[in-house]
Design a protein around this ligand. Structure first.
Ligand code: IMP
Ligand code: MG
Length: 182
């Protein structure tokens, strides 16, 4: 698997340090409240597990799954809700936890859906931000790292459902997806 990675962009140690900082910031911003962290599956599952353990004293978690990519490296633009939240979010303080904000298609759509359910507040926390590729007017309230326009994998992010279990964020060698005809 390591041979498919061009280089490590963000190490395990850097990830843990930054996630702790984000958790501390969210804990301070939501002092006296109990935010509901909404993880967008599957890419944010590891970030969600680490971040939620850094939010003090209370938070709740729920999960949603959307699909927009198929097996390629460029968003299809078409977003589908594959799994919806388990509970109502009306009147709750919601923080959407996402792996990467790329074109913004997915979150633009998701925010419309969630806003229509009347939460008390709705914020976005993304581990990675690729602002150079944005086509929709979406900005995150909390950003872990800004990344260049390269396809990255690891720490939950996949290519064709692989590499999610890498403990770091790495840049995938283009030959991996070029050879599969993407
Ligand atoms: P967007 O709709 O273009 O903003 O894409 C958002 C989703 O695409 C993310 O939640 C990821 O699942 C996926 N994605 C975008 N860029 C990358 C990448 O570099 N590596 C892995 N997944 C990516
Ligand atoms: Mg994905």
């Amino acid at each position: 698997m390591r041979k498919d990675i061009d280089h490590v962009l963000i190490s395990e140690e850097e990830l843990q340090k930054r996630v702790a900082e984000l958790g501390a910031q969210i804990s301070a911003d939501y002092a006296g409240r109990c935010p509901l962290l909404v993880s967008v599956l599957r890419g944010s599952y590891i970030f969600m597990a680490d971040l939620s353990r850094q939010v003090q004293p209370f938070c709740q978690v729920d999960f949603m799954a959307v699909s927009s990519y198929g097996s390629g490296t460029v968003s299809s633009g078409q977003v589908n809700i594959v799994k919806d939240l388990s509970d109502s979010i009306e009147g709750k303080d919601i923080i959407v936890v996402e792996d990467i904000l790329d074109s913004g298609n997915t979150l633009h759509y998701l925010f419309q859906v969630l806003q229509a359910r009347h939460p008390a507040s709705l914020k976005l926390c993304t581990l990675l931000d690729k602002p150079s590729r944005r086509t929709k007017p979406i900005t995150a309230d909390y950003v872990g790292f800004e990344v260049p326009d390269k396809f990255v994998v690891g720490y939950g992010l996949d290519y064709d459902e692989l590499y999610r279990n890498l403990p770091y964020i790495g840049v995938l060698k283009p030959c991996v997806y070029e050879k599969s005809g993407e």
